[in-house]
Design a protein around this ligand. Structure first.
Ligand code: ZN
Length: 190
């Protein structure tokens, strides 16, 4: 099976709503996005694994691997988007719109578009002849509770030597971007 055109992939990804939110009223699963990526990367010859997140029904990580070896490159992204208010959009956020040489739709830049760009970049690569692995990692819930990343680190699995994350950084490549640490303090009583 051939993978769809870049435009069709981006349209499908944007249309597969995958809001994540700590507010259960907004929160959705990411299964539809994972299924699309699974079918596209499988058809390119990758070995794919869909990993359900324990304790988070409807949430999944995907690892797609081509080639073998001890090193390798990981291309990583998250599959969820922030919640949206359609009233505050100039077009339907779940439909890809092209205006003024730009694409509009929820997750176009942050960051479902990255997966379509990966496929566009690698579809002509001789996947069977890689000397080191190429690993695509798609995680859940980056925009909310990070359960995708947490569940992945709990696996203690080494995926590659180098990683590139397709998160937007103002069109400037950033090496070793700072991480994030969150604490919460709950006070009870008077
Ligand atoms: Zn992001």
């Amino acid at each position: 099976m051939q993978t769809p055109t870049f435009h069709n992939m981006l349209t499908s990804l944007i249309g597969a709503a995958s809001v994540s939110s700590v507010n259960p009223a907004w929160d959705m699963g990411n299964g539809a996005v994972i299924e699309l990526l699974d079918s596209w990367f499988s058809s390119l010859g990758f070995k794919t694994e869909i990993l359900p997140l324990p304790g988070h029904p409807g949430k999944f990580n995907l690892i797609a691997t081509a080639g073998r070896g001890d090193e390798g490159l990981v291309l990583s992204g998250h599959t969820d988007t922030v919640p949206f208010d359609p009233e505050r959009w100039n077009s339907d956020p779940l439909k890809l719109h092209e205006r003024n040489n730009r694409f509009y739709g929820i997750g176009t830049a942050d960051m479902k578009g990255f997966f379509a760009i990966i496929i566009e970049a690698i579809r002509e690569l001789p996947i069977d002849n890689l000397t080191q692995p190429l690993v695509i990692l798609a995680t859940a819930d980056e925009e909310s509770n990070m359960c995708g990343a947490k569940s992945l680190t709990a696996l203690h699995r080494r995926l590659g030597r180098h990683a590139m994350i397709g998160e937007p950084t103002g069109m400037k490549p950033v090496r070793m971007h700072k991480g994030i640490s969150m604490e919460s303090v709950r006070l009870t009583g008077r």
